[in-house]
Write a protein that binds this ligand. Structure first.
Ligand code: HEM
Length: 215
C-alpha cells in the first residue's frame, strides 16, 4: 500500500485502535473526575460531570470501563511487550536514542524498552487502581472491608492515580515527539521509513510474513 511517495506499513487493526481510544478517553475522564474529587481547589471540575454527587457516582463506573478496555489492550499486546536482552542495550544507549541516533542500539521489534515500561507500568497501576477503587466504592462494597483497610485503599488509589497520569503524560509526549507515530493509532499505518528507523526488526518480520512467494 502506498500514500503518495511514502509506502505505508500496517501497524494496528481497526479493533485495536477502537480499543485504544476507548481506553484513552476513559483515562482522561477518570483523571479529570478523580482530580476533582482529590482536592478542594479542583472541585470546580465536577461541573463537567453534573456536580459533586454525579462525579462521585460516575467516576467508579468509568473506572470499570477503563479496566475492561485496558484488559483488551493487555491481551492484545502483552507478548510483544515481554522484556528481552536487546531492551537492556536500548536502555543503556538511551542518550543516543534521545539525540535521534538509533544506529548504536540493536534493531528493535514492535516495541522499544520505553514503550514496554509504559505498558507494564500502566498494567500494574490499573490493577492497583481497580482493586483499591472497589475497596472504597462504598455504595456497593462498604460492608466487605474495615475502616483501616479503606484508609489504606484511599492512599494507594491516590498515589496510583498520580502515577497513571504521569505515565500517560510520558506516553503522549513520546507519541508526539517521535514524529510519525500518531498515525499508527489514527490511521492504523506508519511509513516504511518510520518503521525502518525506529522498529527495524519488526519491519523485517512484517516484510517476511507478508511477502507473497514468487510464482
Ligand atoms: C490522548 C491520549 C493518547 C495518545 C495520543 C496515545 C497515542 C498512542 C500511539 C500513537 C500509540 C502507537 C505507538 C506505536 O505503535 O509505536 C499508542 C499505543 C499504545 N497506547 Fe496510547 N495514547 C493515548 C492514551 C493511552 C492510554 C490512556 C493508555 C492506557 C491506559 C494507552 C495505552 C497504549 C498501549 C498499551 C499501546 C500499545 C503499545 C504497547 O503495548 O506498548 N494509550 N498510543
Amino acid at each position: 500500500m502506498s500514500d503518495g511517495f511514502r509506502p505505508q506499513v500496517s501497524r494496528y487493526t481497526t479493533g485495536a485502535r477502537l480499543n485504544h481510544w476507548v481506553t484513552a478517553i476513559s483515562l482522561i475522564l477518570l483523571a479529570i473526575s478523580g482530580l476533582a474529587l482529590f482536592h478542594p481547589s479542583l472541585f470546580g471540575l465536577t461541573a463537567l460531570f453534573g456536580g459533586g454527587s454525579n462525579t462521585r457516582a460516575l467516576h467508579p463506573w468509568i473506572g470499570v470501563v477503563l479496566f475492561f478496555s485496558f484488559l483488551g489492550l493487555f491481551f492484545r499486546f502483552w507478548k510483544l511487550n515481554l522484556w528481552n536482552k536487546d531492551d537492556a542495550k536500548w536502555m543503556a544507549n538511551l542518550d543516543s536514542v534521545m539525540k535521534g541516533d538509533e544506529e548504536k542500539v540493536p534493531e528493535i521489534g514492535k516495541y522499544n524498552a520505553g514503550q514496554k515500561m509504559v505498558f507494564w507500568g500502566m498494567s500494574i497501576l490499573i490493577l492497583a487502581l481497580i482493586t483499591s477503587g472497589v475497596v472504597i466504592w462504598d455504595q456497593y462494597f462498604y460492608a466487605y472491608t474495615t475502616i483501616d483497610q479503606k484508609r489504606i485503599a484511599v492512599l494507594v488509589h491516590a498515589v496510583c492515580g498520580i502515577g497513571a497520569i504521569t505515565i500517560w503524560i510520558v506516553h503522549v509526549y513520546a507519541a508526539i515527539w517521535v514524529r510519525g507515530t500518531i498515525s499508527a493509532m489514527t490511521k492504523g499505518t506508519v511509513t516504511a521509513g518510520w518503521a525502518y528507523r525506529h522498529h527495524r526488526k519488526w519491519l523485517r518480520e512484517e516484510a517476511r510474513n507478508k511477502a507473497t512467494p514468487a510464482e
